[in-house]
Ligand binder design. Structure first.
Ligand code: PLP
Length: 391
């Protein structure tokens, strides 16, 4: 009996994440400075950890409502109203999930019939394509380009719309480019969604991490959009809570109910300890978030100027904690660059192609790592780029 033959055709067809695959090489190389995984180097702020510990001491170890603790849903609604200027009802329009990862899976499974299309921009987070595909949807990509500062043009989205399009998926600031979306293009996309009666999913996971006094605009806040948008957010990045595995989706009651059904039968609820910690994060976490944001901002400035000085032309990202330098001056492909940098200099970056074919010619450097490591890694990248420069 071949067990591989027993795996569903769809799961067989999905490749492993390009990031994870590359990181097996990193582990094998040993003693490497990693600018690879997109995870804050900061530990979750102490007051958040303390709230989690205290809840355990008090014996709060039960299931919660499928939607999540009402206290947390109220805090989420308050936070989202203040930050994104959209009002959601905690009782019917907020669903607490196991990270944005689960929220994405729930939304695609709740909404898609086989063959319906989801338009999203590429280079993008590695999960979008497989999550859509495993929910029997059809992924449709629109390329964002360096000459547009990796913003998504509404006119490009319009060209990708077909009678099968059901969802437009957005992520700004973007993983892996750090690109942000100008309000005018967001308005253009909102008009298209209304005109073609489409649902919009907006992944706002990096929205606190904006630089140079930029203001964040969520498509959910534009006129006529709340009623067709699922706003997703979580605690992993800005609050440095990746291991708590907590996120949420805010959407009209019908969509929340549909996602809740999938969540109820697959996850039941998010862990109570993480939910209690998240209330603390939302109610009292602004100070630590701002401190971390400032640290990322300093690092962004350093990374971008050093990469440019190394001859790796680097766009100035407006948000998130990634730099996405162009590596064409070395004549290497993204994968070759990452592999050889690892072998020759023991520095790990992620090939741009892990984020879709539009990422060829680029690598992603995550600067959520401590200043000393970052300085050493940049020195090594400079030496490597100098040795391999062909143009
Ligand atoms: N969305 C984007 C754009 C991400 O970059 C990530 C993680 O890297 C996620 C979602 C997953 O977030 P979570 O930890 O909340 O599942």
């Amino acid at each position: 009996m071949s067990l591989s033959d027993k795996i569903s055709a769809r799961v067989q067809a999905v490749p492993r994440s390009g990031i994870r695959e590359f990181f097996e090489l990193v582990l094998a190389a040993g003693d490497v400075i990693s600018l690879g995984v997109g995870e804050p180097d900061f530990c979750s702020p102490w007051h958040i950890r303390e709230a989690a510990i205290f809840s355990l001491e008090k014996g709060q170890t039960s299931y919660t409502s499928n939607l999540g603790l009402l206290e947390l849903r109220k805090s989420i609604a308050k936070y989202v109203a203040a930050k994104f200027h959209v009002q959601y009802q905690p009782t019917t329009e907020v669903l607490v999930t196991v990270g944005v990862s689960e929220a994405l899976d729930l939304a695609f499974r709740a909404l898609l019939n086989p063959g319906e299309e989801v338009i999203y921009h590429e280079p993008c987070y590695v999960s979008y394509n497989p999550s859509i595909y495993m929910a029997y949807g059809t992924p449709v990509t629109v390329e964002t380009k360096i000459e547009d500062d990796f913003a998504l043009r509404a006119s490009d989205v319009e060209k990708a719309i077909t009678p099968k399009t059901k969802i437009i998926m957005l992520n700004f600031p973007t993983n892996p480019t750090g690109g942000v979306q100008p309000k005018a293009e967001l308005e253009g996309i909102a008009d298209l969604a209304k005109q073609h009666d489409l649902i919009v999913i907006t992944d706002e996971i990096y929205s606190e991490l904006l630089y140079d006094d930029r203001e964040h605009h969520s498509i959910a806040a534009l006129p006529g959009m709340k009623e067709r948008t699922i706003l997703m957010h979580g605690f992993s990045k800005a609050f440095a809570m990746t291991g708590f595995r907590l996120g949420y989706a805010c959407s009209p009651p019908e969509l929340t109910e549909a996602m809740m059904k999938v969540h109820q039968y697959s996850m039941l609820c998010a862990p109570i300890t993480a939910q209690i910690a998240a209330v603390e994060a939302l109610e009292n976490g602004a100070g630590p978030v701002e401190k971390m944001r400032k640290a990322y901002w300093h690092r962004r400035n350093l990374v971008v100027s050093e990469l440019n000085a190394a001859g790796l032309s680097c766009f100035q990202p407006g948000g998130a904690f990634y730099a996405f330098p162009e590596i064409r001056s070395t004549g290497l492909s993204s994968r070759e660059f990452a592999q050889r940098l690892l072998e020759e200099e023991k520095v790990a970056v992620v090939p741009g192609t892990a984020f879709g074919t539009a990422g060829e010619g680029f690598v992603r450097c995550c600067y959520a790592t401590d200043d000393q490591n970052l300085a050493t890694a940049l020195g090594r990248i400079k030496a490597f780029a100098g040795r391999h420069r062909v143009s």
